[in-house]
Design a protein around this ligand. Structure first.
Ligand code: SDX
Length: 437
């Protein structure tokens, strides 16, 4: 953080003493006004529910320019990473700050590959769930349960523990997501295979059965690998902020990541991909493209409580670059599968076109986000709708753990403890029950 030569002065109309607040600038993006001494010097808090104007930390990992629709992981544009790297390269970048050279890539890929199995007893943990349990309920439980098996990597303040926990989480998430899927299907779990790439291993654990050899489709493997890259990290979004706040108490990394999984599940966040596809299927069921106008009218009617899922973003006030890449991936996958006329994809593109010409969306700068097309790609690959958010959690795990480790690795970090504006009852005494109204 570089001190700016500009200062902020806070003055009060009631004659309270004015206060000078330092301003810091980052390498790019908005400057920050340092209010850490505000309460001590003025007895007042700032007020920012939803954190629309609040920087909760400084970070070197991911940068988003919402106006330009730009996303950088450690300075590299998402467009270059999604087309020139694979997911494990991006994991190395997010964790260590640099893309791996050939030697590092071989070592890192091998390290992750050799941690893809989970403790054999995890299977019994799954059996406690109903077969029709939502995969995110299962995944939240499974990730938290990892802390019961890996006591040798739960001391978050030990850098070696932090690193091995990161590798274990990145390596085991595909295995756990595939186990949740197989459990729901009533099919046997498929063990990881060390000769396969990370994405191919996931596809095989998801779709192979003991009855025949499974040969991964290269186009689908590339597509799922790109989906992982596009979802890997995204600054201080709700689930990443949850992981940071949870981890700030010193809890173990598995518990902190489980908190992130739980937060991601919400339809306003990672659950939007499932909601977006359900929305498209509902429009398709009720008449398809002809019904888009009626649906848009509902969205614009505040009383209807209907949102265009997969649209809008707190930070992007331009097209989410990930949505563009996801739409391209849609084309590639549907072409490869001979699904050129996939009605849902055509419906999605019509809906996008109509929305982007409608002033309601244009005036509010509502554009497609990463979730608008990801469901169509995943559905074409064979991933069931209920598993979309679990795939998002699989991919975001590297971002969560990189952000958590960055926070814990900062000697200045403190436990997060926001304050409030209290508007409830002031002090009062209990009346005997006979005197209560
Ligand atoms: C993700 O933070 C991240 O980085 C998240 C994420 C990541 O990678 O981690 O990018 C992943 O969560 C993407 C977002 C997925 N969610 C959805 O697609 C759900 C639908 N989108 C909305 O719920 C909403 O756009 C949010 C939650 C994403 C953003 O909400 P904000 O920033 O709080 O904006 P807002 O609700 O204040 O909306 C501003 C206006 C409101 O209208 P007015 O009060 O001005 O009249 O836009 C409207 C909203 O009603 N609006 C929408 C809308 N999104 C916002 N209207 C219809 N459909 C929508 N989708």
């Amino acid at each position: 953080m570089t001190p700016s030569n500009v200062k902020a002065t806070l003055s009060f109309s009631d004659g309270s003493p004015a206060m000078e607040l330092p301003i810091y600038r980052g390498s790019v993006g908005p400057d920050v006004i340092d209010i850490r001494k505000l309460y001590a010097q003025t007895g007042r808090f700032t007020y920012d529910p939803g954190f629309l104007s609040t920087a909760a930390c400084n970070s070197t990992i991911t940068y988003i320019d919402g106006d330009k629709g730009e996303l950088l992981y450690r300075g590299y544009p998402i467009e270059e990473l999604a087309t020139q790297c694979d997911f494990l390269d991006v994991c190395h970048l997010l964790l260590y700050g640099e893309l791996p050279n050939a030697k590092q890539q071989k070592a890192f890929d091998s390290l992750v590959t050799h941690h893809t199995m989970v403790h054999e007893q995890m299977q019994f943990f799954l059996r406690g769930f109903r077969r029709d349990a939502h995969p995110m309920a299962v995944l939240t439980g499974l990730v938290g349960a990892l802390s019961a098996f890996y006591h040798d990597s739960t001391d978050i303040n030990n850098p070696k523990h932090r690193e091995i926990a990161a590798i274990r989480l990145i390596a085991k998430m595909p295995t756990l997501v595939a186990m949740a899927y197989k459990y729901g299907m009533g099919q046997p779990f498929i063990y990881p295979r060390n000769e396969l790439s990370y994405a191919a291993n996931f596809m095989r654990m998801m779709f192979a059965t003991p009855c025949e050899e499974y040969v991964p489709n290269d186009v689908l493997v590339r597509a799922i690998d790109r989906i992982f890259i596009l979802h890997a990290d995204h600054e201080q979004n709700a689930s990443t902020s949850t992981v940071r706040l949870c981890g700030s108490s010193g809890t173990n990394p598995f518990a902190a990541i489980a908190a992130g999984v739980a937060c991601l599940w919400g339809p306003a966040h990672g659950g939007a991909n499932e909601a977006a596809l359900s929305m498209l299927m509902e429009i398709q069921r009720s008449g398809g493209v002809e019904k888009i106008g009626e649906f848009i009218k509902q969205v614009k009617d505040k009383n209807a409580g209907v949102k265009l899922m997969g649209f809008g973003h707190r930070v992007y006030k331009n097209y989410d670059p990930r949505a563009k890449l996801m739409r391209e991936t849609c084309h590639e996958v549907l072409d490869a599968l001979g699904l050129h006329d996939d009605p849902l994809f055509k419906l999605a593109m019509s809906l996008e076109k109509i929305a982007l010409e409608d002033d309601y969306f244009v005036s509010r700068k509502l554009y497609p986000n990463v979730d608008f097309y990801s469901g169509i790609v995943q559905r074409a690959i064979g991933v069931p709708v209920s598993l979309f958010t679990a795939v998002f959690a699989l991919a975001r795990t590297v971002g969560w753990i990189a952000q958590l480790n960055e926070m814990i690795g900062d000697p200045e970090y403190k436990i997060g403890r926001p304050r409030q504006l209290y508007v409830g009852a002031t002090r009062r005494d209990i009346k005997p029950i006979a005197q209560r109204p």
